[in-house]
Design a protein around this ligand. Sequence first.
Ligand code: FES
Ligand code: FE
Length: 434
Amino acid sequence: MDNGSPEGLVIDNPQDGLFRVNRRAFTDPHILEWERERVFAQCWLYAGHESEIPTPGDFRARRVAGRPVILVRGTDGQVRVLLNTCSHRGAQVCREKAGTAKTFQCAYHAWTYTNQGELVGVPGEEAYSEAFERRELGLRSAARMESYRGFVFVSFNPASEDLVSYLAGAREYLDLVCDQSEQGMEIISGTQLYSMRANWKLLVENSIDGYHGLPTHKRYFLEFLPDTGVEVQGMRIAGRAKALGHGHAVIENPEVPFGRPVADWIPAWGAAKKAELEATYQKLTDRCGAERAYKIAKVSRNLLIFPNLIINDIMAVTVRTFFPLAPDYMEITAWALAPREESAEDRALRLDNFLTFLGPGGFATPDDVEMLESCQRGYANVREVEWSDISRGMQRKEPLATDELQMQVFWRRWHELLTHSQSAQMQTQRAAAL
Ligand code: FES
Ligand code: FE
């Protein structure tokens, strides 16, 4: 390994049960450049959910892996992901975060585009020559866009495999999230936006890390939960970690007593709610069968879809994505996902849970921010303390949620893409041709 190459940043030695990541992966600006090119420009990335733009003209302007895009349902009813940059000289044509529009007009020189991306207005068009072709100057789209059960993904790589193949084993877990509803899941309006002075991969690790729960979130487990009537003494977290292919992974925990509006009752919700939730669970069992209903509603999951989508289906469903702006800085966006048919009361419980634990001001996230920023500060010692150890449970036959298999899965794929990506191959070919 040298500074000019990503080779050797990961030590993966299953025989001896050792897995290490070089801390340069969290600090080096070259590595961020390679990630932009070989990870974020190659993989399928979550752009939003169809339920956010239910009617023609609805749009959401946001960033996907740092690029400004417009998630929009055109007048023709089709969902598109348009790149939010004017064909004239580059300004972002959509400056509102959300709304409904037939057209987007660039504020700079007033070129106007339809919500399907066509350029329809150029002030003083007579000043242009015949070579000026309006039809070629519409808003560009991401190279690929596909959706799976309402989750819209884009890829900036025209040669990407199809989305379902890309999702590999993660698809089954997305199904478990979606199947808790008979009528389909929807994003609840309202977005959590926050940032951390930490490398984005620290949040990948943290979002699927069962090991840190009790030490980092003592306040929640030992102070808040007992106040809600939950019996914390002797609580057994018996979760498992699973690799799902293509860098995706999940940790699952059966019967974690946080309260889930879909099935799991906690004493703080009162006796009437208990009967109601039992009825909800019975309905789910009738629809999906006992085994699947149990998996859907009684087993929680933290799902990583490589590289930067996390779905935490614990006491609410949090959909979280994030991207780096610098090696030591990331922006995070999170939304709550819920069954459409949920009662107003259950929706209120869900939103309460959504804020209470994983919300930016909740019991978990501020603790996690503190820890991840602390890791990042620690990496200032990278020259002397070069490696992070991620070996936990490496030789266990059935790794636990408190092991580190799920992170190993991520890092393996990350390392593979950085070292064997198409662009790396192209560069080698180019170099060979010189
Ligand atoms: Fe958009 Fe000029 S940059 S109209
Ligand atoms: Fe945490």
